[in-house]
Ligand binder design. Sequence first.
Ligand code: LLP
Length: 415
Amino acid sequence: SRFFSYQNGELNCEGAGLEALAERYGTPLFVMSRNALKNQYAAFEDAFSGLDHFTCYSVKANFNIHVIEALAEEGAGCDVNSGGELFRALKAGVDPRKIIMAGVGKSESDIEYALSSDILMLKAESLSELRHIDTVAGRLGVVARVGVRINPNVTAETHPYITTGDSKEKFGIDEASFEEMFRLLGSLKHLRLVCLDMHIGSQIFDTGFFHAATEKLLDVLEATRSAGFAIEFLDIGGGFPVTYDPQDPATPIGDFAERLKPMLETTGLTIIFEPGRFLAANSGLLLTRVQYRKRNHIGKEFLIVDAGMTELIRPALYQSHHEILPVRERDTTMIADVVGPVCESGDFFARARTVGAVNEGEYMAILSAGAYGAVMSNNYNGRLRPAEVMVDQGQDRLIRRRDTYDQLIQNEVDL
Ligand code: LLP
């Protein structure tokens, strides 16, 4: 991309050489491009321009407060999934009235925190949750603005772990409960319905699934209006795709906008979008060092790198493809399994992949790691969660320090 490219034989981020960053901060290291984030946000806004809408960055994709701040500066609100993500969004300086909270299992403390922070809305996913929010709001003496997440029963084609709009899944309120839901909403005194919401999954290539689910949402909107509720927002969630593999390019965001805008315009409501991956995935990469090269008796070659499933779990969890490039440009290639140091066979980034021929001690970049990378990292095997750097026009800035050994045990009570 424009933000990550080879210059004079070295991969760089917005003009900052990645080898120097690896050496200064150590590896594994997440590198985010501030202008890639801004550029993606601008592309999204451009696609949906002319439509009355409000874009809430889904912070679960990358919740570093500096990443949230960069997007908030451009005008984005935030979609949060827990009190912890709300805390992050507020720390990043996001206006509470631009924050919405989703989540299929909000705890009492999540709800209390959201209501007392006066965020724009909580989105409920069950009738029990509506009652629960009403009770908490009553106790706090406030009227809660709520949205309800509808399960449109549309099975979007993507990895089975990230399709969410099917009635087999735990998400949202299904058609059979709508009448009861309207009756309940009419009776609860501390709630005000302001939004209908859906989210059908993530990395969805086919605009048809969005179209079908939005049609269902519009039916529910009609029923909601007939039941006497005047709402302000319609939230169609996130899930807009990005390209991980150049062989398999994502449907352009403009195609989604073209298909959805005419339907959404008819509602007269403010449309909310919740992109996460679209903004963050290709705005970051994971830098890693080749620790060892190993060839076994069946001629298999392994590149054992210092990052693993503890830093980027996507290949292990979803068999997802991430491009891997040598930081120093290479003319020759090799076929190798690129694997991490964790003691699980699932700890791989690529299998039998043709990659630039690299030697021990050299660096590689695992691309498209800006979303669902650092946020899903963990300390398994006593691993230290990595440092994160943000580059802005060649200037690099540490935005997260690497974990320390002391941090590994800081919450364990003394022996
Ligand atoms: N809104 C809601 C209610 C969501 O649950 C999600 C993602 C989003 C928005 C943002 O979706 P996006 O625009 O990023 O597709 N860890 C998986 C992805 C899980 C997505 C969960 N929900 C992965 O690495 O592919």
